[in-house]
Design a binder for this molecule. Structure first.
Ligand code: ASP
Ligand code: MG
Length: 453
């Protein structure tokens, strides 16, 4: 059993959906997880925000635009008149649900129901396409098996029991189609796994079914060694370890949702990143296979806030660190990076929802300074502590960049540092010197890595 997840651009219009259908020709049973069509979740979120701020007419107008987009897709998708009609009816029914919620009054649960429609639309249409094409396909509604607990973690036991039951009810199917991203929460209400969460759905499904592979299909040939939006001559990496991929995803490589790796790693399921627009490319394989030491990739995460906390006494005075972290714990705010000196500690956070409260509490026992608009740049690879030269190589490239914090040695897979976001593009470009020059035509080259030896 394989799990194949197709992202928003891979299902972004009728032609793309047909291309996905053409890719599904093997004999092995598969689960297909789909995102909403590109841009649709953003529009749905916008509709809920307009409705919440009382701008109902604008919300309804936006809803109509989105309905038209889906109707157009249905018109180009099906061969027969009968299926075009079925598709249109299906779309109109779902949009009626949005409109009635907007008109009848509006609450938080309605928002989540509306945001969930993006995946329900893409999956409904795609399942109809497979049926029209004569494929043995079954629709497995995510809302009937995907569930998170009160800590918003997937309830693996529930998911396994229910997904298997639903699949067994369709024993003749070869392609099981399901929605990414959407789920029910501990109260049984419609919820989601967070933005970009369809990758996580695929990983959870792969985990509970003991899949032999999870494929994530996007619109680029796998994970690149640097950010192709800002740097020229980047190239796809052919192999990464689970830990390297997790660091890259967490620290900004946009290609994969950061929570995707763990459910696959614990079951040793390879995650393969593939390109729908270039399916013959081998993509990137993320697995437990040992690969070469050295620097493999660079990623950057924006929107970081640095907090400097200076103790009125010595830092290591008993209990100080405990008191500091307790505050972040109380406000459920994850800390990304930490550095310490004798009297102070600098750390970074991503979510600033509770920043004001955190600063207020910390200020009761320390001096606190906050700096916004920071970027974490993360150099990923495999650099055991016994090997020399890696940190020197990285910081040698960055002589011109003012560096605010450095974190090295927390894991053998990551050297990261904090800079003002203003310097991000320059830093990424300078770090590209770490990689041997590769022309686009060489980009299928195996395992091109920087290595000081
Ligand atoms: N459609 C959702 C989003 O845009 C989930 C996903 O695409 O992974 O965040
Ligand atoms: Mg995505």
């Amino acid at each position: 059993m394989k799990v194949l997840k197709f992202g928003g651009t891979s299902v972004g219009n009728a032609d793309r959906l047909r291309k996905v259908n053409e890719l599904l020709n093997g004999d092995e049973p598969i689960v297909v997880v789909l995102s909403a069509m590109a841009g649709v979740t953003n529009s749905l979120v916008e509709i809920t925000e307009l409705a919440q701020s009382g701008k109902m007419l604008e919300a309804i107008e936006k809803t109509k635009e989105l309905e038209d987009k889906h109707i157009k897709t249905a018109d180009g998708l099906f061969d027969s008149k009968m299926y075009r009609k079925r598709g249109e009816e299906f779309i109109s029914n779902l949009f009626l649900r949005i409109l009635s919620r907007l008109i009848e009054g509006f609450n938080q649960t309605d928002s989540r129901n509306i945001v969930a429609l993006g995946e329900q639309l893409s999956v409904g249409l795609f399942h109809m396409l497979l049926t029209e094409q004569g494929k043995r396909a079954a629709y497995i509604p995510a809302l009937e098996y995907m569930r998170i607990d009160k800590d918003s973690e997937p309830d693996f036991f529930y998911i396994e029991q229910n997904l298997k039951r639903l699949m067994q009810n369709n024993p003749f199917a070869k392609i099981y189609v399901t929605e990414g991203f959407i789920c029910r929460n501990a109260n049984g209400l419609v919820d989601n796994l967070g933005r970009g969460g369809s990758d996580f759905t695929a990983a959870i499904v792969g985990n509970v079914l003991n899949a032999n592979e999870v494929q994530i299909w996007t619109d680029i040939d796998g994970v690149h060694n640097n950010d192709p939006r800002f740097v020229t001559n980047t190239f796809p990496l052919r192999q990464l370890s689970y830990d390297e991929a997790a660091e890259l995803a967490y620290f900004g490589a946009k290609i994969l949702h950061p929570q995707t790796i763990q459910p696959c790693k614990v079951k040793n399921i390879p995650v393969v990143l593939k390109n729908t627009l270039n399916p013959i490319d081998e993509g990137t394989v993320i697995s437990s296979m040992k690969n070469r030491k050295g620097i493999k990739a660079v990623a950057a995460k924006d929107g970081i806030t640095a907090i400097n906390i200076k103790s009125s006494r010595m830092l290591l005075a008993y209990g100080f660190l405990h008191r500091v972290f307790e505050v972040f714990d109380t406000y459920k705010t994850p800390v990304d990076m930490i550095t310490t000196s004798e009297v102070s500690i600098s750390l970074t956070i991503d979510s600033t929802i509770n920043l004001e409260k955190i600063v207020n509490v910390l200020s009761q026992f320390a001096q606190v300074e906050v700096e916004r608009n920071q970027t974490i740049v993360c150099v990923v690879g495999d650099f055991p502590a016994s090997h020399k030269g890696y940190a020197a190589m990285v910081f040698d490239c960055l002589r011109e960049i003012p560096i605010r914090m450095i974190s090295y040695g927390g894991s053998v897979n990551n050297i990261s540092f904090l800079i003002d976001s203003h310097y991000k593009v320059q830093a990424l470009r300078l770090l590209q010197q770490l990689f041997p020059a590769v022309s686009v035509s060489d980009s299928t080259h195996q395992n091109i890595e920087a290595n000081p030896f």
